[in-house]
Design a protein around this ligand. Sequence first.
Ligand code: 8YV
Length: 314
Amino acid sequence: MVLLITRQVPEAVAARAEREFSTRALDMQGKFDAAVLLANLGGVDAILCTPADRFDAGLIGQLPQTVRVIGTFSVGLEHIDLAAAQARGIAICNTPDVLSVATAELALTLMLMAARRAGEGERLLRAGKWTGLTPTFHLGTGVAGKVLGILGMGRIGRELAEMARGLRMRIHYRNRTRLDSLLEAGAIHHDDDASFLAACDFLSINVPGGPATRHWLNAERISLLRPGAIVVNTGRGTTVDDAALTAALRSRHVAAAGLDVFSDEPAIDPGYLALENVVLLPHIGSATVEARNAMGFLALDGIAAVLGTGQSVI
Ligand code: 8YV
């Protein structure tokens, strides 16, 4: 079976792919090039892609009949037109669960960095501007006893809740449906945005991207946050209205933010770059050796299952 891999994958994943498939590695860098993909699809049975590769209906319509499955090196699926794939009989598989710990760890990293102004402090020190300690130097805010509001209490949100409880935070959440009490583990559920946002000292966005969550955090919802709240996003950049969040960071209604995802990444809204009170990371939520190997293996499992059985694994 021939497997085309769009981007460089971890060594252990590439080695396993080579053992189990006849592989064609495109090693694409930067912007996704659909023409290069299409030129290399002769005889291909399966594709392993990433969220940086957009499989819209137009591209899916041009895939050769031999392609039976697209595996994505991600839990997120918003870059693939699922209806178009289904119409063509192409199965889709993704990599849930195995990245939840890594992504929750990064949400926690951003939350603590934003609360303690870590990025700003490091920039100041490296610029040789640290003149020494005073009791009022570089004050941030603590997290113990504060409310962490989690938007999206799926696998990553619940992992984050468990970690944050260890920091003695109080967990509130907003989700499509209320969790059962075992999964809730004492977290307070809100069935409307206003009461949820008013409760948040910290807001962590852990929902998937796509039209249903586009610009969920807009000017109106930001105005419902407690003044001085801190916002963290490790889901998708499209969930945040950048103009509204940069305005709130400038006015300090939102005291700080930590962002790992951006609506047009790798391009960054210049409004963020001009601000000290935002920590910006280059979409590294799942970027641990452990998570990325596990993601690759899970994607290969899914592809093998489809090619072996003809059944979708999602
Ligand atoms: C990327 C992610 O997939 O899983 C997701 O949805 O956003 C990330 O983990 C990964 O960084 C690159 O493939």
